[in-house]
Design a protein around this ligand. Structure first.
Ligand SMILES: [Zn+2]
Length: 885
């Protein structure tokens, strides 16, 4: 699964870490039920034959399933997962033609999401067929079988899709709905004529029925986990291509295939790359990517085997609005979901404890593949931002290890976080770098070959990599995956003698909220150099190490930034690095900026160290460096909320540094401009607008006004940043104008973007209007929650209070996959101490103990933000005063 990318992409553009719980919003306010997820292991399913008849108009379906299963221990009952299903018949037999025994009693446990069928005659160990007839509901948010409504050329349409990860297959099929229970699936569906039905496997037959409907049968799937099954139905178009004998498809609503070409090309390139990398060819005959209108607060895309599901804003490129960053998102989401076809679908974690085996690996593979296949995007530089996103959460006491014990469905949903994705990715990057690219790939290949169609735990991977690479990777991997937190490497003053520099390293722990914490111990692979000199490697073990580096001069630790740790230099050593900042490789500039910012805010370095670097960065530094600087300055601007005088000083500094950079790149893209420059332009327009650059604001307004009659005033590449500036400063009249445009917009994708913008107003009165609008039918069923999240980015307290007072309505517009995340996501952006009490009260009243993780993280983030405001901002103020030009 790819997490919701709408906010992630914006943050990446701003050079901000895609931080913790505040950004990955989701889920309703209903009392969350504690679900026991471990089914009794008395029986094991081997095959499901499912017959489905959806009734889209009435949001319901009827179905029957015949489950082939092996009873392992004699039993008089069978318990499987089911949620919101009503059973009309249940019977078991020893096989086709054998006598049937109807269930004597059916017990539904709604809280546990199980159904138990009791039988008068004990079932002895052996093979059986369980046949069930039942009905269920079609929801409006992405879990189970759900519908999405949209406009197509002025006509109202409804399409159906499924979303089952982590535990919602049980909403469509009574099943052993845990990743360990792999089985084959044969699906058939009775559907209206003229609609396209899609599943994991190709259609094997279509039969016209007497009533005009069609019976569509799909080929039997390979052995797989329930959460990977997919079914879609609607008036679709499909574009296809063939690569390595596999039919690749992109499926859209009617008339949108023109926006799918880039995605189709990407799929071809990525399939070729993966068939080679994994050494095991993609095993299904086809691979579709289904683009769906609407959105989820929880995810952007899902890796159903052979039938990837992606919300259209993360895959399609509409030439009227698509930017460089949209293109990057489209590619990387495809690369992520396709990596899952092996890591996750072919080889699956045994239980959610090892979710990171899916997500950390797919995230790493997505970055690796994007870097390789689109070298012009410099994606390798994003590694630093990804690591920052992980550390932001990982340095708080509320963090957790990458591999963690999951007991309930709710905990499984909460596991889709920055630790699982971004720390997982960063740790894999470090380990690959440690064992070497070849050894790592050989290990991965043998892991995939050995466990194909099976289930694994993390140690299965370490075993194969260690064997293939002949390096003791398991011990290091355990240190970083079984314990939480961020190592801190302190570099003691370097001694230079005979053209060699000796440094002493000691390992501590970087914590943002536990100042006197006794550090955990890690074996840390470290790469160091004197700047420009040859790199030297060591593993810091037992808390310390000494290194001798060729050459004299400034010492750089974590050269290349593959290490998952922070580096703390002495003032003198940092000063030497800052002096040579302009000559360092871009990735190390980003590493130094990130470390100095985080360490400064935590009080381990002067808070102004980052500003020293920002002040000395040359105007022609890499776009990614300016993106990072702009992102931090925008964050600082937010931190000065309520302090107009100090904010004005910061804004002056930000304009003085950023305006000359923007002047170099201008409003119009140069011919053959490098892709990262386009991203920087987008960021600078937004940030300069935010810090009050009059000429940028005036030009944005001029172009916005002119665009009413002259489309070229606001080309696709500039459209979003310009509208962001306009929306942020919107008064009532402008807000009304933007709303009218949103309402009139024909494209669902553009419409959703425009409604989000209405939530971005700085003015409180307009923000309140956006909140009220979010709960009406006007923006569409999946847009309301997103509008409220956008309001929360400027007005977290307003948005949280509003959401709490409309809990029942919010419940209906947020998808349930992460039941406890949405409210902490809104309030977690606050810097008001009162919000801590509000979040605690919310958790006490509405969340069971297993669902409070996100709330605790949100509270920790607020506490840290308050500490930064009171303790660090005065240092920033003093620095700004001293450097006022
Ligand atoms: Zn994923």
């Amino acid at each position: 699964m790819q997490r919701s990318l709408i906010s992630l992409a914006v943050m990446a553009l701003l050079g901000l870490s895609a931080g913790a719980p505040t950004l990955v919003a989701a889920a309703p306010a209903a009392k969350v039920t504690q679900v026991t997820t471990q089914l009794p292991r008395t029986a094991v399913p081997t095959h499901y034959a499912v017959s489905l008849t959806p009734d889209a108009a009435n949001s319901s379906f009827s179905a029957s399933v015949t489950i082939a299963l092996d009873v392992k221990q004699a039993t008089s009952s069978l318990t499987l997962n089911a949620a919101d299903l009503k059973f009309s018949a249940a019977a078991i037999s020893a096989g086709p033609g054998k006598p049937q025994q109807a269930a004597s009693k059916t017990d539904i446990d709604a809280d546990k999401q199980t159904v138990t069928f009791h039988f008068a005659d004990t079932l002895k160990p052996g093979s059986y067929q369980l046949k069930l007839d039942y009905t269920g509901v079609i929801g409006t948010q992405a879990s189970g079988l759900f519908s999405l409504d949209y406009d197509n050329g002025g006509a109202k349409k409804r399409a159906l899709y499924t979303q089952f990860e982590n535990s919602d297959a049980r909403r469509m099929i009574p099943s052993w709905d845990e990743p360990f229970y792999k089985a084959t699936f044969a699906l058939e569906a009775t559907v209206p004529a003229g609609q396209m039905a899609v599943s994991n496997m190709p259609v094997s037959s279509t039969t016209k029925l007497a009533d005009g409907r069609e019976l569509v049968r799909f080929a039997t799937s390979p052995k797989m986990s329930t959460y990977l099954l997919f079914f879609g139905l609607g008036e679709f178009d499909r574009a296809t291509a063939v690569q390595d004998g596999v039919e690749l498809g992109v499926i859209t609503q009617k008339g949108a295939l023109g926006q799918a070409q880039f995605a189709l090309d990407s799929s071809r390139d990525v399939l070729k790359e993966y068939n080679d990398y994994f050494g095991v060819k993609y095993p299904l005959p086809k691979l579709d990517n289904i683009a769906a209108p609407g959105r989820s607060q929880f995810f952007s895309a899902m890796e159903n085997w052979g039938a990837i599901f992606t919300f259209e804003n993360s895959i399609l490129l509409d030439p009227r609005v698509a930017t460089q960053s949209d293109k990057e998102v489209s590619f990387l989401v495809a690369a992520h979901e396709m990596a899952h076809q092996w890591f996750g679908d072919l080889v699956t974690m045994a239980w959610w404890d090892d979710l990171w085996l899916n997500e950390g690996f797919a995230s790493w593979m997505e970055s690796r593949t994007t870097t390789r296949l689109h070298p012009e995007w410099n994606w390798e530089l994003r590694a630093v931002g990804t690591r920052e996103g992980a550390m932001e959460q990982d340095a708080l006491a509320t963090t957790h290890p990458i591999v963690q014990h999951i007991a309930t469905v709710e905990q499984a949903s909460q596991a889709f976080d920055n630790i699982t994705y971004s720390k997982g990715e960063s740790v894999i990057r470090m380990l690959e770098n440690y064992v070497g690219e070849e050894g790592w790939r050989a290990g991965v290949r043998s892991y995939i070959a050995k466990h194909a169609y099976g289930n694994t735990v993390s140690d299965d991977l370490w075993r194969e990599v260690e064997k293939a690479a002949h390096k003791p990777v398991t011990a290091i991997a355990h240190d970083f995956t079984l314990q939480p937190g961020v190592p801190l490497i302190r570099v003691a003053d370097a001694v230079c003698k005979d053209g060699k520099t000796t440094i002493q390293l000691t390992q501590g722990e970087f914590s943002k909220d536990k100042e006197n914490k006794k550090p955990l111990s890690w074996r840390v692979p470290v790469i160091a150099q004197t700047v420009g000199g040859a790199t030297v490697r060591t593993v810091v073990s037992g808390g310390k190490a000494s290194m001798t580096l060729p050459g004299c001069g400034a010492v750089l630790v974590n050269a290349g930034q593959s290490g998952y740790y922070r580096t703390l230099y002495t003032d003198k050593a940092f000063g030497a690095l800052a002096k040579g900042f302009a000559t360092m490789p871009t990735i190390d500039q980003l590493g130094l900026l990130s470390d100095s910012w985080a360490l400064g805010m935590a009080g381990l370095m002067p808070a102004s160290s980052f500003l020293d670097l920002a002040n000395s960065a040359p105007v022609d530094a890499a776009p990614q460096v300016w993106q990072k600087i702009a992102g931090v300055l925008a964050g600082l601007h937010d931190s000065y909320e309520g302090k107009p005088e100090q904010r004005a000083a910061l804004d002056r500094f930000a304009r003085a540094r950023l305006a000359p950079v923007f002047a170099r790149i201008g409003w119009t893209a140069a011919k053959d401009e490098a892709a990262p420059v386009a991203n920087l332009r987008e960021t600078l327009i937004r940030v300069l607008g935010e810090v009050g650059d009059d000429s940028v604001i005036a030009e944005a307004r001029r172009r916005y006004a002119a665009s009413a009659t002259d489309k070229s005033a606001m080309p696709a590449a500039l459209r979003r940043p310009i509208l962001s500036v306009i929306a942020a400063s919107a008064d009532a009249a402008t807000w009304d104008q933007m709303r009218a445009a949103a309402k009139a917009e024909q494209s669902n994708m553009i419409k959703a973007q425009m409604y989000d913008l209405l939530g971005s107003a700085s003015d409180k009165a307009q923000a309140q209007r956006a909140l009220d609008l979010a709960l009406t039918d006007e923006p569409g069923a999946t847009a309301g929650a997103s509008i409220i999240s956008h309001v929360a980015s400027n007005h977290p307290d307003l948005a949280f209070d509003f959401a709490i007072s409309h809990r029942d309505q919010i419940d209906k517009i947020v998808d349930g996959a992460s039941r406890s995340r949405y409210f902490p996501g809104l309030g977690g952006r606050s810097a008001d101490p009162a919000m801590i009490g509000k979040l605690q009260a919310y958790a006490r009243q509405y969340l069971p103990a297993d669902a409070q993780g996100d709330t605790k993280q949100a509270i920790a983030a607020i506490e840290y933000r308050i500490k930064v405001r009171t303790k660090r901002l005065p240092q920033i103020d003093a620095w700004l005063k001293q450097h006022a030009g």
